[in-house]
Structure formats: C-alpha cells, structure tokens
Design a protein around this ligand. Structure first.
Ligand code: ACO
Ligand code: KIV
Length: 555
C-alpha cells in the first residue's frame, strides 16, 4: 500500500471573506516571460547564446513587454547573452529586460556590472523564506532570513545610485507557498519599506508557488490575503509565478488573477523546473477563447512551436492545449458529425461568433488548418468521411449517400487503422468515378429536338462485356432519354430515385459533380452513382452509369 502517511498537508489559510470566487478574468495581466531563465535553467542542455537570441526574438514578436533574460551572474553564457543584447542594441524600446539574482552581494555586484549601458531593467532578487528551507538549507532564524531580503534590497538601491538607467526592483520570497503568509507579508513589507516604494515608483512583489503544494483555491486565498494585507498595496505590482507540480499551474494562475495578481510570470508551453512553470500560452488562449484580449500576438502557434522545440529541444505533446498536433482533430464519429454540422452552421450563419461543438476556438485563429479537424479510423462515422470528401476534395456527398460510402471506408480502416484523405479519395474513384464494367460509356451526344412529346434525344455508344452497343432514345431531358434508352436495351431494370449536383471548384476550371440514387427493380438493391465532368449533362449521365455499374458489377 502507498505510504501516504509519510506526507503532511501544508497549512491552508482561513480567509473569511474571500472575493475571488465571484470575479471573472476581464483583462490581460502584465505578462513576463521567464523562458530564458526558469525555462532555460531546467533544460538538459541550456540554450546557447544563439538559441537564446532566437527565443528572445520570438518573445518580442509575441508582444512580451517584460522578459527575464537570464541570471547573468550565474554563468558566462548568461552574462554574455545580456552583454550581446545591450551592445548590439537588440532590445526594443518598449521591452524591459529582467535579470534574476540571489540576494547575495557578489552576485548582485556581478549583475550590475553586466547591466551597464542599459536604459531600463528589472532587477529581480530572491531568497527562500519557506519553513523547510529556513531550517534545512539556511539554518537561520526568521529575522536572519528577513535580513537577507532587506540587505539585498539595500544593495540594489546602492548600485542604482551609480547606474545611469532606470531600475525597477522585483523581490520574490522564494518558496512562498511553503511560507507562513504572515511571515511572507512581514518580509515583503520590509522590502517595500527598504526600497521606499511609492505609487509612482512601484516595486514588483512576486509570490511564487515555487513548488505547487495545494489546490489552486488555496493559492488564490494566499494571494488575496497578501493583496489585502500589504502595508502599501498601491506601491506594489503584485506578481505570481506558479509552478506546475500538481498539474494545476494554469488554474492557479487564473485564480490568482481573480484574487488580485496584476502580473503573471511563466513560459511558453510551461517549460520550467520539474513539471514546469505555468504555460502562458495556455492562459492567454483561454482568455482569448472567452472573448478577452490576451494582449499577445498568438496568431501563429505553428511558428511558436517550431522555435520552442528548436531552442528547448523539447517536443510539444500532441495533446498539449491549443498547440498539440491532435487537439483540433476528432477521430470519433459523433464528434466528427457534430463538428461537421457545427462548421456548416457557422459558415451559413455568418454571425462572426464562433460556436462549433468540441472546438473551443477556431483553429484558423491560431494559424491551424481545418483539414486536420477530422481524421478517419475505425472509430469514425459517416459525418467524418463526408467532411474529408468536402474539405479536402470538394465533393458534397448527399446526406443519404454518407452511410454507403462511410461503410466502405470503415471496412478498410478496421483492417488497416487510420486511413489518410488521399486513400479515401482513391477509394471514392475506384467505387464511383472509375467503374467501367459492365458498361463503359464511349460516346454520348445529347441534342434538342422539336417534338410534341419530347425535347431531347440521346445517342450513346457503349462497351458492354466486350461488345460495342449503340443506343438511342428520346425523352424529356437527358436523364429521361437515357432511362428510356436503357429500358429499351433490356440490359438493366432500374428506377432513378434521387438526383443532385453541385459545382466542383471555381471559375473556368470548375466542373460539375452529379449524384444519382438508383434502385434495381428486380432485387430492390439501391446505390448511389457519381459522375464528374466539365459538362453538367455529361456529369449526370456518367453518374447514372456509375450507379448501374455498381448495381450490376457482381454479375
Ligand atoms: C526557484 C528558482 O528557480 S531560483 C533560481 C535558481 N537558479 C539557479 O540556481 C541557476 C543559476 N545558479 C547558479 O549558477 C548558482 O547556483 C549560483 C551562481 C547562483 C550560486 O552558485 P554557488 O554559490 O556556487 O552555489 P550554490 O548555488 O550551491 O550556493 C549555495 C549557497 O548559497 C546560499 N544561498 C542560496 N540562496 C541564497 C540567497 N538567496 N541568499 C543568500 N544565500 C543564498 C545557500 O545557503 C548556500 O550557502 P552555503 O554554501 O553556505 O551552504
Ligand atoms: C526565483 C523565483 C521566482 C522562482 O523561480 C521560483 O520561485 O520558482
């Protein structure tokens, strides 16, 4: 049995009048990407300077205005990367870079050395305040730990005096979720005081769930409690930095925003220590899917995925929210049917409001294609096959024909697994368009006539079981004339039950696709036939022979 008694629950807080459950996310927070720092420090092989630059450029393109570019005092690569950004003037004017350092004198000194020449930066200092780390890592009292934060702030302040650019301070009581809130508050208030923060010169107080330890509602309570109890709330930008140990970082960030967070730190696809940071794309697309402007340029998820996979060397999972290869794909019949119908209604209604079953967002808004919405295997149904025929090849099969063709396709997919669109089309040709036995239409002339009973004459040349046949008849229209010619030939006995057609393609290249449903009167078997031709009359005649060939093919 699992030894669950080995674990204890961390204290929750008893918030009496929490307000966050009644709120909604109405605007984007200040986003800060920590891909180049928290994301990078968790990689098997941290990014090279070139890869960091690729990632930085992507983040700028996505519209991040605050980017933690690294921990310059940690390594040469980190240091050199910031120097490159500064010396080659690669930081756009509206982007503020952020650098992380422990609240330790030599690391702060090195950080400021690296920052020289920059107009504006966020200097992010941290020390762990958690009960556990105070004990096992530092073996220090609460007061001593608070002094690390105060001393770090004092040092930054000193360096700022000789620094030509603007410095914003960010302070993180690292492992906040393992810290008593009262103590975290005491440390943060001390930093705010030491910095002399004012509403005009705000300090960023970042409350990380360095390790996600509880359900998102507990994190939200902690954030709301802190937000309500800061001495100088108006002088603070309240930031959160959720990790994903329990797999609920996105929910934690969202509830924290309801609870008062102004700013969210996270990464693309949630890369970061252990199970990662919060996935900023996920939160942003969630907002977008609820009609809230995420204030990031997220139109091209394919490009975002490519750069991320290249720089981090981590593949994006096929089921990753919004980005995964399969997240807009249905294999199962009932989902395919609902998507197919929903897409048709969406196109017909033209309301501009997206409402399609199973698809929380329009894949095209993210730079994804509709084709991948439906893929066919043995779990698929007739709606899915019809969707593929229409969206890949332009054939709008009549509703009554869906089952007939889907059954043929399922017969194959049950044996072979997934069946790709081109194979579906190949089968469609084999079954309907290319049948030449027992009848092959060699020539066909349809002419208008002046007759009291009939207005059309048809002349046909056919190959039939190795013989050449010529048939002709008069009727009201081409199909009626054809029907009469076939009856007179006595080779078949059929009734035409249904007929539809539509244009295939556009402009001068357009063809007609015709569908007929025919019944064999001797055995009552019914089937569809399909004909395609640039001449609409010929398309319908071909459709009749397609159906007849299907009905008589086994003889
Ligand atoms: C939650 C987070 O993600 S925080 C960010 C973590 N990121 C990184 O650590 C990546 C970059 N880090 C590094 O390159 C290195 O760890 C450095 C440069 C920061 C420090 O390197 P070193 O001093 O050689 O080693 P190390 O990290 O093991 O230092 C541990 C010491 O720092 C102390 N320490 C750790 N954090 C702090 C802090 N915020 N303030 C003061 N002391 C600290 C520890 O108590 C320990 O002290 P001890 O040597 O007396 O036992
Ligand atoms: C430095 C801090 C913000 C951090 O990365 C964390 O706590 O996870």
């Amino acid at each position: 049995m699992l030894n669950y008694k080995k674990y204890k629950r961390f204290q929750t807080i008893k918030l009496k009048e929490r307000t966050w459950p009644n709120k909604e996310i109405e605007k984007a927070p200040i986003w800060c990407s920590v891909d180049l720092r928290d994301g990078n420090q968790s990689l098997v092989n941290p990014m090279t300077v070139e890869e960091k630059l690729d990632m930085f450029n992507l983040l700028v393109k996505l519209g991040f205005k605050e980017i933690e570019i690294g921990f310059p005092s940690a390594s040469h690569i980190e240091y050199d990367f910031l120097r490159k950004l500064i010396e080659e003037e690669l930081i756009p004017e509206d982007v503020t870079v952020q650098v992380l350092t422990q609240a330790r004198p030599h690391l702060i000194a090195r950080t400021f050395e690296c920052l020289q020449g920059l107009n504006k930066a966020i200097v992010h200092i941290y020390n762990s305040t958690s009960i556990l780390q105070r004990d096992v890592v530092f073996n220090m009292s609460k007061e001593d730990i608070k002094q690390i934060a105060i001393e770090g702030t004092r040092l930054v302040k000193q360096y700022v005096k000789d620094f030509e650019g603007e410095i914003i301070l960010e302070y993180s009581p690292e492992s906040f979720t393992g810290t008593e809130v009262e103590y975290a508050l005491e440390v943060c208030n001390a930093v705010v005081d030491e910095w002399d923060a004012t509403p005009e010169n705000k300090v960023i107080i970042n409350l990380p769930s360095t390790v996600e330890m509880d359900t998102p509602n507990v994190y939200a309570d902690q954030i709301e409690w802190m937000s309500n109890n800061f001495k100088k709330r108006d002088s603070i930008i309240l930031s959160v930095h959720p990790h994903n140990d329990r797999g609920t970082a996105v929910a934690s960030a969202e509830l924290a925003m309801l609870a008062g967070a102004d700013r969210v730190e996270g990464t693309l696809f949630g890369n970061g220590e252990r199970t990662g940071n919060v996935d900023i794309l996920n939160i942003a697309y969630n907002m977008f899917s609820q009609g809230v402007n995420p204030e990031l340029n997220l139109e091209n998820i394919v490009e975002i995925t490519d750069v991320y996979e290249r720089c981090c060397k981590i593949p994006v999972h096929i089921r990753h929210p919004y980005a995964g290869e399969l997240v807009f794909t249905a294999f199962s019949g009932s989902h395919q049917d609902a998507i197919n119908k929903g897409m048709k209604k969406y196109e017909e209604r033209q309301t501009g409001i997206w409402e399609v079953p199973y698809l929380p967002v329009d894949p095209r808004d993210l730079g994804r294609e509709y084709e991948a919405l439906v893929r066919i295997n043995s779990q698929s149904g007739k709606g899915g096959v019809a969707f593929v025929m229409e969206h890949y090849f332009g054939f709008k099969l009549p509703k009554a024909m869906h089952k007939e063709f889907a059954d043929i396709i399922q017969g194959i997919s049950e044996k072979t697994g997934e069946i790709v669109p081109q194979l579906i089309m190949d089968k469609f040709k084999e079954e309907y368009l290319d049948r030449k036995k027992p009848f092959e239409l060699v020539k066909c002339r349809v002419s208008d006539i002046q007759d009291s009973d009939n207005n059309t004459r048809i002349d046909l040349q056919l190959e039939y079981n190795g013989d050449t046949l010529t048939l002709q008849a008069e009727g009201n229209g081409p199909i009626d004339s054809l029907k009469k010619a076939l009856i007179e030939s006595k080779l078949v006995s059929t009734t035409i039950l249904d007929y539809t057609e539509h244009a295939l393609g556009k402009g001068s290249e357009a063809k007609a696709a015709s569908y007929v449903k025919i019944k064999r009167t001797d055995n009552q078997v019914e089937t569809f036939g399909v004909g395609v031709d640039s001449n609409i009359t010929l398309a319908s005649i071909k459709a009749v022979f397609s159906a007849i060939n299907r009905l008589y093919s086994v003889e």
